[in-house]
Design a protein around this ligand. Structure first.
Ligand SMILES: *[C@@H]1O[C@H](CO)[C@@H](O)[C@H](O)[C@H]1NC(C)=O
Ligand SMILES: *[C@@H]1O[C@H](CO)[C@@H](O)[C@H](O)[C@H]1NC(C)=O
Ligand SMILES: *[C@@H]1O[C@H](CO)[C@@H](O)[C@H](O)[C@H]1NC(C)=O
Ligand SMILES: *[C@@H]1O[C@H](CO)[C@@H](O)[C@H](O)[C@H]1NC(C)=O
Ligand SMILES: [Fe+2]
Length: 438
């Protein structure tokens, strides 16, 4: 009897074992599930780059995608990223480029490998050409904690309100914190918007650890020097992203200042070739630390290195004038501020009643109040003469570049449940270098 029972049990076990062996999945890997999925524009805006992380090596990086159904596949690669912290935590960061997509088309995709796939996402490629309104969400200084604007941005992105996001530096607070666990968590928090809308970035001071390596590894921006600077054309706008941090963390190389200055000069000159400026008249530059601000407690601003350069050389403000940059977007101050047309601390109102109609100088926007654990910054009691509007409520900025002559911007106040507290039109029928004697 005993023997029968034992052999029956053994038989059941044996059958179980067989069953597992037969029905078991062929590809098993315990930390190969894709996470932190996000997209960006590639070398052109109908190339979309998908980036994600896995904690084990999946040997392959694949994106299956298509219009309506995922009937195409693109192959990319992964890089082992090792954080500079004590634990030297590692992860594989995968990038796959979906090339030559149809314009103005919704694609579905998922990312992964034989070891596991992400959920399905979709994105809408931009229309072809220049004659369509570009809609962007713009903000800086959004952290893993206290990210007041995050739910608004996730919601708006999923309602298809944006063609892209510009995150103007300072992520997560900080991506390298707690052995880069904070970075991982932040990348998961932005996935609901960053996996469906191109998430375009520039580095801020909070990215500086280990030579900006968390930033450089996690975000895939276009161009060979994309950890520092890059540019792209979208609709009637030429967008330029720079690193203001090269002026502040000089121990990573003084030559970075020179390289960026020379690149920016060349990039803006190219954008000003008559044929280019005619097709894409708007020039928008973004960088993290502002050239102007009016916080009461900020010593960075008085340095003004980005504006005037180090020891008076390689300052960037003269380039804004020389090449007729229309709009400059900064963050770093945890507040929102709009300037009158401004150059070298002087206001150049186009016509006094309508300062933004053919303005006499670039207009600056500082939008660093998306929300982070450092809260918002108070202002000096008396606004500077160049200050047109300021608010230290949490929020983010919307931009609509309607066409070659009209750009609209507004500030969303999330403390006031999404109320628009500031808006203005920038109107130009001629885009060209400013006529300012220096
Ligand atoms: C995946 O990662 C874990 C923990 O780091 C490790 O123990 C395991 O061997 C790795 N490989 C596979 C194929 O799961
Ligand atoms: C820091 O990184 C940049 C590229 O992002 C590189 O050009 C530079 O040489 C690095 N500096 C140091 C000190 O490693
Ligand atoms: C610029 O125009 C605005 C709006 O008309 C006005 O309030 C401001 O005082 C002007 N500034 C200068 C310096 O003309
Ligand atoms: C540009 O957009 C503005 C605002 O929508 C509109 O009033 C204007 O007529 C447009 N111009 C052209 C040439 O379409
Ligand atoms: Fe900052």
């Amino acid at each position: 009897m005993k023997i029968i029972i034992i052999s029956m049990l053994l038989g059941i076990c044996w059958a179980r074992k067989l069953q597992i062996r037969e029905a078991g999945p062929t590809y098993v890997c315990s930390h190969c599930q894709p996470e932190q999925i996000h997209i960006a524009f590639g070398e052109k805006v109908n190339d979309i780059v998908v980036t994600w992380s896995t904690f084990n090596d999946t040997q392959e990086s694949r994106v299956q995608y298509g219009v309506g159904i995922m009937d195409k596949e693109a192959i990319g690669s992964s890089k082992l990223f090792i954080d500079g912290g004590k634990l030297m935590r590692s992860q594989y960061i995968h990038t796959v480029t979906l090339k030559d997509l149809k314009f103005n088309t919704r694609y579905v995709y998922h990312a992964g490998s034989v070891y596991g796939w992400s959920e399905e996402f979709s994105f809408h490629t931009p229309p072809a050409g220049e004659d369509w309104p570009v809609r962007a969400a713009i903000y800086g200084d959004m952290g893993n904690k206290n990210a007041h604007s995050l739910s608004y941005l996730q919601d708006e992105a999923q309602r298809n309100h944006f063609d892209m996001v510009l995150h103007v530096g300072d992520f997560a607070y900080d991506m390298d914190s707690n052995n880069a666990l904070v970075g991982d968590e932040f990348m998961r928090q932005i996935q609901p918007l960053a996996a469906i809308v191109p998430y375009m970035t520039c580095p801020g001071n909070h990215e500086q650890a280990y030579n900006f390596s968390n930033y450089g590894a996690r975000f895939t921006m276009p161009g060979p020097d994309s950890t520092l600077f890059y540019s792209f054309d979208l609709g009637p706008v030429h967008f330029v992203s720079i690193s203001t941090e090269v002026y502040y963390f000089t121990h990573y190389g003084l030559k970075l200042i020179v390289n960026q200055y020379n690149w920016l000069r060349e990039d803006l000159a190219k954008a000003n070739l008559p044929e280019n400026r005619r097709r894409r008249p708007w020039l928008v530059v973004m960088g993290h630390r502002p050239m102007y601000c009016s916080e009461s407690n900020d010593i960075d601003c008085s340095c003004e290195y980005t504006r005037t350069g180090l020891l008076g050389v390689y300052g960037l403000e003269p380039l804004l004038m020389e090449f007729g940059v229309d709009l400059v977007i900064w963050a770093h101050e945890h507040s929102y501020e709009r300037t009158w047309p401004l150059y070298d601390n002087k206001v150049y109102n186009g016509s006094y009643d309508k300062p933004y109609v053919n303005p006499g100088a670039p207009v600056h926007i500082i939008t660093g109040s998306a929300g982070c654990q450092e809260a918002t910054d108070p202002f000096r009691p008396d606004p500077m003469s160049w200050s047109a509007f300021r608010s230290s409520d949490y929020g983010y900025t919307r931009l609509v570049a309607h066409n070659k002559t009209h750009v609209y911007m507004e500030q969303v106040d999330v403390d006031l449940k999404g109320k628009v507290i500031d808006s203005f039109w920038l109107v130009k029928n001629q885009h060209k270098p400013y006529n300012i004697k220096h």
